[in-house]
Structure formats: structure tokens, C-alpha cells
Design a protein around this ligand. Structure first.
Ligand SMILES: Cc1cc2nc3c(=O)[nH]c(=O)nc-3n(C[C@H](O)[C@H](O)[C@H](O)COP(=O)(O)OP(=O)(O)OC[C@H]3O[C@@H](n4cnc5c(N)ncnc54)[C@H](O)[C@@H]3O)c2cc1C
Ligand SMILES: Cc1cc2nc3c(=O)[nH]c(=O)nc-3n(C[C@H](O)[C@H](O)[C@H](O)COP(=O)(O)O)c2cc1C
Length: 502
């Protein structure tokens, strides 16, 4: 069966990825109140962000950088703003994501509870909202962005244009609308400059089952090596966005069956990409779905696999990017798209495409003492932080970790022993739910160790939480009971309470 090749398709040797200049991120300005001086006279624009895993924050900074030539631009965390600061802004652009079930990211939770509980006096303020979300959350898609948009309108601010909802990293249609609107406000930019660059190629160097015989799902240690050393740039807390793919054999067979040239290059998700790569990262259509279709249409209609995020479990100094991945098995026995591919289908020695995502909300908060709380694959993010503290010779860590069985599920036991031996860990509390009756979890440990946790927090310790949503909610309830919601809000504002949760 032949798919028709249009005359506009190009044959190129290499994909012509648009190379983006590194974004100029001036983190020091986040909580400050600096206005960028503009070369041309222009109004004031306040770009406010609320982000959990860094994506909305990156867009906010890129948007601000693009606007800075024409206006006085200030960037601030939404959660750090008062209504009067917003009222004075002239124009407010909010870039936010949504978490939980339609809720605010951590840094804006207190803002939602306190400021958005009533209308503010924002007459005279122009505003617009870019909301990031994920359509798989359906009823709560971009829920928090929508709430902010409604609250600003109810507070009599003037909406410059309708809320723009963005579905994940590669929603080029929505980002093009945002780009158009920024251009109207005087920005000099392109949609490629606002969006993340193409994924990089890594090699799957090692895959090892860490918990044979566990009562829970399989957990795998995955190690990736870079194709280029320049890729080894991340810090503890950052995230790898993995692009699942079909096997090379399946891609070659698809190309052969449809007599297609994999070297043809198409614009795909904003970047020139080989047809071979497009097919690799898309659900393979069955022959009757594409019979007689023009190649351009085929590329347009291919349903690309959504990327999957994983907390990075190592530092670049180790020479490898390591992940801790739980293999998801669905009710029908089929494997989860991303975890199934990484832990079973991907070939060791083969290429893994991934994008690195800086995650400022989970990067090392301070050099002081630190309480690290997690369960299951949450060990991934905690391990990177403990490696960071070890490398920086920071003593005074306290690890509270929960899993199912001590014999099978104590991941990285050698690392834990080494951290205990050199003082990186001053205290370690482990709980294994299947080894005790009644079952106990890490949130129970937090309550049991309450007095000491409170005194660490009062002495200025930071708290990091990594792992599943349910565990994180239980830990949060336990912490609120210990120190109160106000203290936890303050710690969030000060960057001393940070979570990487999913
Ligand atoms: C910031 C962040 C960090 C993360 N870090 C880690 C980490 O360090 N380690 C880790 O293992 N995970 C991590 N995750 C989770 C990870 O991104 C994936 O969500 C996880 O691996 C499952 O994805 P999957 O593609 O394998 O499974 P999916 O294909 O998405 O399926 C996941 C589950 O959804 C259900 N499901 C989906 N489709 C169906 C269907 N058709 N029928 C029935 N049930 C269905 C099943 O319960 C299945 O088990 C993180 C997530 C985030 C957001
Ligand atoms: C645990 C969790 C819950 C989420 N809940 C929602 C939701 O209710 N609605 C939605 O649209 N997106 C939801 N998302 C998707 C995020 O909003 C989306 O990934 C966004 O791009 C993240 O941007 P950020 O990195 O700026 O936080 C959720 C993501 C996670 C990991």
C-alpha cells in the first residue's frame, strides 16, 4: 500500500531543528520587584507565574524576555503578589499550571485560599491568562488558570483576550495564539522561542530490576548516557521528560510496508523532523486507517505519544542520568506507555529521546539541615538531593522513607549506608508497610516523629517531599497538624517546603 508523497516534502540528510538561544533566566528577580528598563517607551507589564514542575515558569520568563524590549517588564511568582501590587501593574499576564484536581500549584495555594476568596479592586488593570494543563484531566483541564481568569474578571480587571489553555509541552496551536498576543503587546519573539526545544538523544546504558519478589510493582533502575557531553546539565530536583517510542523494527516495517522514505523531513511539533522519527514517536496506524492518504495528511493525523516525566535520581557528576521507574501494568495486562517502554521494550544500547526540564520548585532550597520525605519511586528525587548534599559536604539530612517490604524494596541501600557513614544523613527512619501490622506508612512516621520534626523546622530545616499524590497529601496533613497551615504557607513562600509529586 502506497502513501502518496506530496511535492512539498523535502529530502534532507539531517532534521533541521530550530536551535533556540538559551533563555535568559534571571532567577534573582523572581521574588524581587525589579522593572526591566525598556529601550523604547512602553507600559508596565507584570508577568506572574504559578508553576509546580517548572514549565509555566519557563514560559513566563521567555514571554517576559520577549516583551522586555518594548515595555517595563517585571516577573513575579503569583503567590508572592498582593492585590495592590497587581492593581498597580498596568498589564498583568498570568502563566499558570493546574495540579491535584483543578487546584493551584503549591506556590499559589495560599494565594488561592486567601486572595481569591474574595474579589479585589482591580479596575483599570488589563490582564490575560495562559493556563497550562493536561487534557487527560478532562473536567479539571486548566482548572486553576480558569479560576484565576474568573477571579480577575470578577475583580473588574479588563480581559485583554480569552484565556489560552495549553495541553502539555507541544501544543503548538495554543502557543501560537499566545505568541500572536504577545506580539500585539510589543514582543519580539516566535513560537519556537517560547516553546521547549526538541528532545535530545540519550543511550539506554543500563536497566536493572531493583525489587525482585516484591509484593508491589516492579521498580527499575534506568541509566542513560548522553550522546553529547553538553547534555549533562541539570541539578538535583530537575525532571526528565521521556518520549516513548515504537521499536526500530516496527518503524522500519511500517516504512517498508507503506513504501515510505524515512529520510523525508516534515515540520512536526514546531521542528523539522525526519519521517522515521515522527513514526517512531506516534501510535502506528493500521493499514486501513491510512489507505490512499497523502503523506502530509498522514503526518498531520498521526497521534503522537505523550511524553512522560521522571524525577532524575542522579547528578551529572556521576556521568549518567539515572531514573527509578515503576513499571505500570494496566488492568488488561498491557504495560504503561512510558514505564512499560523504559523498563521492558526499549533496547539497552538504543536511543532514548528526552527533554530536560529545570524544576526550580524542587531544586536544593538551602544549605541548612533538611528533612527528606518520600515513598516508593519518590526515592528518585530524594537520592539526587542526598547526592547533592554529599557532594557539597552538607551534613544534617534526615530521611523518612516508606515502601512495602524491607527485604525487597529498600532501593539504594548501599547509598543510604554511605550517607549515614559520612554524616550526610544524621537520621534515617524507614517504614515498610507489609512488614508491620497494622500497616504503617511514611505519613505515620511524620506524626510519630512529630516533636522532633517540629523542632528541626523551628530551627530552620527545609522539608522536601517526593513521590505519589496520596502519600504527599498524607504527609502534608501530618505537617499541618504539627506546625499549622500558616507556617507551611510561609515555608512554601520561603522555598523551604518543596514537593515533587505525581
Ligand atoms: C513530576 C513527575 C515526576 C515523576 N517521577 C516519577 C518517577 O521518578 N518514577 C516513576 O516511576 N514515575 C514517575 N512519575 C510518573 C510517570 O510520569 C508516569 O505517569 C508513570 O510512569 C505512568 O506512566 P505510563 O506511561 O507508564 O502509564 P500510562 O500508560 O499512563 O498508564 C498509567 C496508569 O493509568 C491507568 N491506565 C491508563 N490507561 C489505561 C487503560 N487504557 N485502561 C486501564 N487503565 C489505564 C493504569 O492504572 C495505568 O497503570 C512522575 C510524574 C511526574 C508528573
Ligand atoms: C499530580 C498532577 C495533577 C495534575 N492535575 C491537573 C488538573 O487537574 N488539570 C490539568 O489541566 N492539568 C493537571 N496536571 C497537568 C499539569 O498542569 C501540566 O503537566 C502542566 O504542564 C505542568 O506545568 P508546570 O510544570 O508549570 O507545573 C496535573 C499534573 C500532575 C503531575
Amino acid at each position: 500500500m502506497v502513501v502518496k508523497v506530496p511535492p512539498s516534502a523535502k529530502i534532507v540528510r539531517k532534521p533541521r531543528f530550530a536551535r533556540l538561544p538559551a533563555p535568559v533566566l534571571v532567577r534573582a528577580m523572581v521574588f524581587g520587584s525589579l522593572f526591566r528598563s525598556a529601550p523604547k517607551p512602553g507600559g508596565k507589564i507584570l508577568v506572574a507565574f504559578a508553576s509546580q514542575t517548572g514549565a509555566a515558569e519557563t514560559i513566563a520568563w521567555r514571554s517576559a524576555n520577549a516583551l522586555a524590549g518594548a515595555s517595563l517588564v517585571r516577573v513575579a511568582a503569583l503567590g508572592s503578589l498582593t492585590a495592590s501590587e497587581m492593581a498597580e501593574a498596568g498589564t498583568l499576564l498570568v502563566v499558570t499550571s493546574t495540579y491535584g484536581a483543578g487546584e493551584a500549584p503549591d506556590s499559589a495555594r495560599a494565594f488561592e485560599r486567601k486572595q481569591m476568596a474574595q474579589q479585589a479592586a482591580l479596575k483599570g488593570l488589563n490582564y490575560a491568562v495562559l493556563a497550562r494543563g493536561d487534557r487527560k484531566y478532562d473536567a479539571t483541564f486548566c482548572g486553576f488558570g480558569q479560576s484565576v481568569d474568573r477571579w480577575l474578571a470578577a475583580s473588574k480587571a479588563r480581559r485583554l483576550f480569552d484565556i489560552i489553555c495549553v495541553d502539555g509541552d507541544d501544543d503548538i496551536a495554543a502557543m501560537s495564539k499566545w505568541c500572536e498576543q504577545l506580539t500585539r503587546l510589543g514582543a519580539t519573539t516566535s513560537v519556537e522561542q517560547l516553546m521547549p526545544g526538541p528532545p535530545q538523544g540519550w543511550i539506554l546504558a543500563e536497566r536493572r530490576l531493583l525489587n525482585p519478589g516484591s509484593a508491589g510493582g516492579e521498580t527499575w533502575h534506568i541509566a542513560l548516557t548522553p550522546r553529547e557531553l553538553s547534555q549533562m546539565v541539570w541539578t538535583a530536583g530537575d525532571i526528565a521528560e521521556i518520549w516513548p517510542r515504537n521499536s526500530e523494527a516496527a518503524v522500519e516495517s511500517f516504512l517498508r510496508y507503506h513504501r515510505l522514505n524515512g529520510e523525508l523531513s516534515f515540520r512536526w511539533h514546531g521542528h523539522w523532523t525526519f519521517l522515521r522519527d515522527i513514526i517512531a514517536h506516534s501510535r502506528l496506524p493500521r493499514p486501513h486507517e491510512v489507505e490512499g492518504i497523502a503523506l502530509e495528511w498522514l503526518v498531520e493525523r498521526l497521534e503522537s505519544f505523550p511524553p512522560r516525566e521522571y524525577s532524575i535520581a542522579s547528578l551529572p557528576q556521576s556521568g549518567r542520568m539515572e531514573l527509578l521507574v515503576r513499571k505500570a501494568v494496566k488492568d488488561d495486562g498491557s504495560l504503561g506507555l512510558g514505564s512499560g517502554w523504559l523498563t521492558q521494550t526499549a533496547e539497552v544500547g538504543g536511543v532514548v529521546k528526552l527533554r530536560l526540564r529545570p524544576n526550580p520548585n524542587f531544586q536544593p532550597p538551602s544549605d541548612g539541615s533538611q528533612i527528606l520525605i518520600g515513598a516508593g519511586t519518590g526515592m528518585a528525587g530524594l537520592r539526587a538531593h542526598l547526592q547533592y548534599r554529599q557532594a557539597m559536604k552538607l551534613a544534617g539530612g534526615w530521611l523518612l522513607f516508606g515502601e512495602r517490604g524491607e527485604k525487597t524494596d529498600l532501593y539504594y541501600a548501599d547509598d543510604i549506608r554511605a550517607w549515614q557513614a559520612d554524616g550526610t544523613l544524621a537520621k534515617t527512619d524507614l517504614v515498610f508497610s507489609r512488614d508491620v501490622s497494622p500497616k504503617r506508612y511514611v505519613q505515620n512516621l511524620v506524626t510519630e516523629q512529630g516533636e522532633e520534626i517540629r523542632s528541626w523546622i523551628e530551627a530552620g530545616a527545609s522539608v522536601l517531599v517526593c513521590g505519589g499524590l496520596q502519600m504527599a497529601a498524607g504527609v502534608q496533613d501530618a505537617l499541618v497538624a504539627l506546625v499549622g497551615e500558616g507556617k507551611l504557607d510561609q515555608m512554601t513562600q520561603d522555598g523551604l517546603y518543596r514537593r515533587d509529586i505525581y
